[in-house]
Design a protein around this ligand. Sequence first.
Ligand SMILES: *Cc1c(COP(=O)(O)O)cnc(C)c1O
Length: 380
Amino acid sequence: MTDRILQFLRDRREAGRDTGPCLVVDLDVVRENYRAFAKALPDTRVFYAVKANPAPEVLGLLARLGSCFDAASVVEIEQVLATGASPERISFGNTIKKERDIARAYALGVRLFAVDCEAEVEKIARAAPGSRVFCRILCDGSGAEWPLSRKFGCAAELAPRVLEHAHRLGLVAHGLSFHVGSQQPNPRMWDGALKAASAVFRDLSERGINLQMVNLGGGFPTKYTKDVPAVKTYGQTIFRALRKHFGNRIPETIIEPGRGMVGNAGIIEAEVILVSKKSDEDKMRWVYLDIGKFNGLAETTDEMIRYPIRTAFDGDRTEPCVLAGPTCDSVDVLYEKSPYPLPVSLEIGAKVLIEGTGAYTTTYSAVGFNGFPPLETHVI
Ligand SMILES: *Cc1c(COP(=O)(O)O)cnc(C)c1O
């Protein structure tokens, strides 16, 4: 919560512009986060994961600070290039790409691509000849609050074959990547992935292919309702794991923070539309907000991300309530399995502040479901 954001919201209210929910992002916080990453992992290059928040002001600031970028589509690549950053600072990190999009990225100057199978390597060899590729491996992401399942990456045993195939087709077998799950509260989860990575490095070096780089992915948490370790602790723990598995031949490393870079820089102001009960016997209040799963809070799916919520009535007695969004879809309930404690004095029309919403909110907001507009955003 920053004074600049609170002041902005006060001005917006006084001007009568507070007609719908809005996200306010404070660039000062993004700048502090970038510096904290750079300090905690001094030999590691930062590739900001654009999908977390692609606001032009956020990308522009990070470009000026010297960040590189992890992009997942041609549009994200173009958003980065629009800041003036050169294409050498972009990694096309999605393992699932159309060949024509690879060709377009190549034409725009991008030369670094993610793969996780031989078929993807072949597309890159045809559409982006001579480029550098890194192979994403599966790893244990347990403990992550927003886990990434098995959709991306191959078993580490397969990686040497994938990268050897790349090498044979004239690509540069550059390295490996993994992602330990988003909002990963345990810095020791990088250890197992780095162990697997070091085995692939050894295997390939025996075949005459010397990998250069390990992409440590994202996963760095932001603070929601629970405390999380500082980024410094992640840096130290990851560095120890690198030493342990690579000895004095530590490869080049990169990180791809998304949530950890912008999560705590944003606050959503929303409004209570309705407070009601389902029956006389039912003690549980239902609180309906003008924001829900379809206009910004998609990460409440399965109640995985639990946002801190502030109200003007904080300090009053609280009672748990079911918190729901405004649309006519019954999936649009934010917290019900674990009801959310809110002040009993909370009334219809009251404003609530939803903290830690700088990442994965605007990009997850539907275009017009039930006529609700995409999430209004201000970057200050
Ligand atoms: C989404 C994504 C990230 C960012 O993850 P966070 O947990 O938000 O830091 C990093 N790398 C890749 C490949 C991603 O898809």
